[in-house]
Each structure stands twice: as structure tokens, then as C-alpha cells.
Ligand binder design. Structure first.
Ligand code: URA
Length: 242
């Protein structure tokens, strides 16, 4: 069906507002994928901000990844080497959520494959699970330059992807790694030490918070609290699954 002039005018207003907001947030960087324009005839120049919304109705993690791995919704899409979607059992009862890919993750396109990842593997094994049995991803799918902390605007753009991953995996438990991810998901500014040791709800899923493995590499004093958090997790997990 064709569009009324009011609908068209509203659409143009929306697009204009969106682009102005992007400019406020990120400065004078273009969010349109100009590489695509070269292959299009002038009459068909697309104003789509990638990706289009078709990923929303995808029915599997693999299918979803294919739709969003070219994302350019925020500037990190222009500096990443690889989009880091997530790995593991697509029907896992446990989902680990980190902050953002680092250099090694960016290079390999997989989450937690660097030094922090090796420690995460040990943390998973400490509760008699295996890396392949759980699902692992991050709030941000692209690496922030120089591993700086994710910006709220970047997390805002990326969180719909995480939400859909949670919907598709349907884990019983989310284990949130580190302050940045925890404060973002729980919409709080409380310290990590104040947040840990409790069970929260996020998207109707039990969520537990613990220190980030990278923080443990810097401060081994946090190994004991992480062990306690994982034991608490395992107790609840066993109660539900035995
Ligand atoms: N740190 C994170 O938060 N995520 C990774 O994937 C690697 C390091």
C-alpha cells in the first residue's frame, strides 16, 4: 500500500530527529553506510540506518546474528574488527553477561577468549559446568577503542540485541560480570560490593552479580567473594534442577 503524505512527513520528521540525536551523541560522524550507496541507482538511495528491523522477528540466535552483525547503529561499528555476538549452548540454563569485547575478542569475534576469558572458564568449572554448556555474551557487541568503558548511548543501542538473546536462550539464571554491566542492567549506581550476594530479576530471569574476571586479575582479594557468589548461584541452580 502507498504512504499518505502525512505518514511520509512523519517518517521524515522521525528520521530527522534520529539523525539530530545521533549528531548530539556522537558528533559529526555519518551513520549511513555509504558503501551500499555505490551499488544502488540514484533513485534507490537507502536511508536505512543499519540494521533494519528485520532481526526482531528472527527465530534463532544464528539467524539473528546474521541480521545484526553489520550493525552501524553506533560509532563502534566503524572501529571494530569483528562483531562479537555470543557463544555457547543456545538453550543454556545459565547466561554470563560481560561488558564489551576486548582486543582478543575483537580479533576473534568471540567473547571472553583473552586472559579474562581463561579466568572465566575456571570460574565456570568451579561450579562443575563447562564453557560449552553455558551461554556467554556481552552488553556491547563491539569493542570500545582502547577498552574504554562503554558509553550509556552505546549500551542503549546494543541492549535490544541482548534482550532478544535472553528471550531466545530463555536461561534460568543470568550471571552479570562486573560493575558496568550490573549497574546498567539493574539501573542503579550502587557499588558492585553492594549489589553482589543477592538474586535480582531481569526480564523475568534470576540475575546474580559478581566481580568481573578482569578485575580479579588486578585484585586477587576478590577471588573469595566471586567463589561465594558462584556457590550461592549453584545452590539456587541445584534447587531448581534436582
Ligand atoms: N571483558 C568483557 O567484558 N567481555 C569480554 O568478552 C572480554 C573481556
Amino acid at each position: 500500500s502507498s504512504m499518505s503524505s502525512t505518514e511520509l512527513s512523519n517518517l521524515i520528521d522521525d528520521a530527522q530527529r534520529y539523525l539530530e540525536q545521533q549528531k548530539d551523541l556522537f558528533g559529526n560522524v555519518s551513520y549511513l553506510d555509504h558503501s551500499k550507496k555505490k551499488t544502488m541507482s540514484p533513485q534507490k538511495v537507502s536511508t536505512t540506518v543499519y540494521p533494519d528491523e528485520s532481526w526482531v522477528s528472527t527465530k534463532s540466535l544464528d539467524e539473528m546474528e546474521k541480521h545484526i552483525c553489520t550493525c552501524l547503529k553506533c560509532p563502534l561499528g566503524h572501529t571494530r574488527l569483528n562483531f562479537v555476538f555470543g557463544v555457547g549452548n543456545p538453550r543454556s540454563k545459565v547466561m554470563f553477561i560481560g561488558e564489551a569485547p576486548g582486543a582478543e575478542e575483537d580479533a576473534q569475534g568471540k567473547p571472553f577468549v583473552g586472559r579474562a576469558g581463561q579466568l572465566l572458564n575456571k570460574i565456570i568449572e568451579a561450579v562443575e559446568m563447562k564453557r560449552e554448556d553455558v551461554y556467554i555474551c556481552n552488553i556491547l557487541k563491539c569493542r570500545p577503542p582502547n577498552n574504554r568503558e562503554p558509553l550509556p548511548s552505546e549500551m542503549e543501542h546494543c541492549t535490544p540485541y541482548l534482550s532478544r538473546q535472553i528471550e531466545l536462550v530463555k536461561p534460568q539464571f543470568i550471571i552479570c560480570l562486573g560493575r558496568t554491566a550490573a549497574q546498567w542492567l539493574l539501573k542503579t549506581h550502587e557499588s558492585l560490593n553492594a549489589l553482589r550476594g543477592k538474586v535480582y530479576e531481569y526480564q523475568s530471569t534470576k540475575l546474580i552479580v559478581t566481580y568481573h574476571p578482569a578485575a580479579l586479575l588486578r585484585n586477587p582479594n576478590w577471588k573469595r567473594p566471586v567463589w561465594e557468589d558462584m556457590k550461592m548461584f549453584k545452590k539456587f541452580y541445584d534447587e531448581i534442577n534436582s
